[in-house]
Write a protein that binds this ligand. Structure first.
Ligand code: F6P
Length: 342
């Protein structure tokens, strides 16, 4: 049996570990052979393939990024997209497809499987950890570790100069990276997209921290917005690739703190550093297990399913269940982290 593999959406540490798990088990245990599709759904749309055998996956476990390339191409938004995908899969004699991606990539895989009879299996990925139906996505732990290390470093420079340091982390719609790295890095103020923040309250806390001789560290998710709505946080303009640009909350907040408290403030925007480089051991473990279980789904003919982590078990869930709704931060968890923000 010939199986296609693709990686779509923003890249994420651990993608190569999944690919390796799929190919190694598929070849060695089931006698499958594989074809890689380049750049997410663009590959099967344009019949753009890459060799994917045991040799191709050698040594890729610790490598960040994806050997298959990635894109945010959505064939459902392209005229004749589904037909072209079906034709190219037939040309390649591909009988099943493993799609590794986030909400968008998996949304396409789910619809292809459920509505158009394309045999797809999904593997969840995102550093944001905001996919439903799985306890964790790989890439998240790596991003949290990178952000935590950055916050640790910001503490020492903030203390040396007695400045406010605002650290902006990724998370457009969900504050998981901010919550976990903020707690792990001892940042007392953690601002997330799920709850609007009160700038006056942040400033009052900053002032109280200085009175107690501490340099305040504020962690803010890129999608967080203030309660008073004074700021245009989102530049809704599209870049030349048609992506919405979201930036600015960290910079804006530092300026606002400085203006309102008179305390010198700086911003660090971590950006894509959180997405690049080698995955942590946890992410390699999770991604490898996802890969092994995804190829089991193919072998069992269990299509339209996504592998997911529940506790320490890998289970299969309908892709549609995972993409129906984003997994946002539970208010109780956020409240728990707010205990230091007094
Ligand atoms: O979805 C993952 C993510 O890293 C978000 O946290 C972030 O907002 C976005 O991707 C950035 O996307 P791009 O790499 O296209 O700028």
């Amino acid at each position: 049996m010939r199986v296609g593999v693709l990686t779509g959406g923003g890249d994420c540490p651990g993608l190569n570990a999944v690919i390796r798990g799929v190919v190694r088990k598929g070849v060695q245990e089931y006698g499958f052979d594989f074809v890689g599709f380049r750049d997410g759904w663009r590959g099967p749309l344009e019949n753009d393939t890459v060799r994917l055998d045991i040799t191709a996956v050698r040594g890729i476990l610790p490598r960040g990024g994806t050997i298959l390339g990635s894109s945010r191409t959505n064939p459902l938004k392209i005229e004749g997209g589904i037909r072209r995908i079906k034709e190219n899969l037939a040309k390649q004699e591909v009988e099943a497809l493993v799609a590794i991606g986030g909400e968008d990539t998996l949304g396409v895989a789910g619809r292809l499987a459920d509505e158009y009879g394309v045999p797809c299996v999904g593997v969840p990925k995102t550093i944001d950890n905001d996919l439903s139906a799985t306890d964790y996505t790989f890439g998240f732990d790596t991003a949290v570790n990178i952000a935590t290390e950055a916050i640790d470093r910001l503490h020492t420079t903030a203390e040396s100069h007695m400045r406010v340091l605002v650290c902006e982390v990724m998370g457009r719609h969900a504050g998981w990276i901010a919550l976990h790295s903020g707690l792990a890095g001892g940042a007392n103020v953690i601002l997330i997209p799920e709850q609007r923040f009160d700038v006056d309250r942040v400033c009052a806390w900053v002032t109280s921290r200085f009175k107690a001789s501490y340099a305040p560290i504020v962690v803010v998710a890129e999608g967080a917005t203030p309660r008073d709505g004074e700021m245009v946080l989102k530049d809704e303009s599209l870049d030349s690739f048609g992506h919405v640009r979201l930036s600015g909350v960290g910079e804006w907040l530092a300026k606002e703190i400085e203006r309102r408290t008179g305390k010198e403030s700086r911003t660090t925007v971590l950006g894509h550093i959180q997405r690049g480089g080698t995955p942590t051991a946890f992410d390699r473990w999770l991604a490898t297990r996802f890969g092994l279980h995804a190829v089991d789904c193919v072998h069992d003919g269990d299509f339209g399913k996504m592998v997911a982590l529940r506790g320490t078990d890998i289970v299969r869930v309908p892709i549609a269940e995972a993409t129906a709704k984003l997994k946002t931060v539970d208010p109780k968890l956020y409240e728990e982290a707010g205990v230091f923000f007094g």
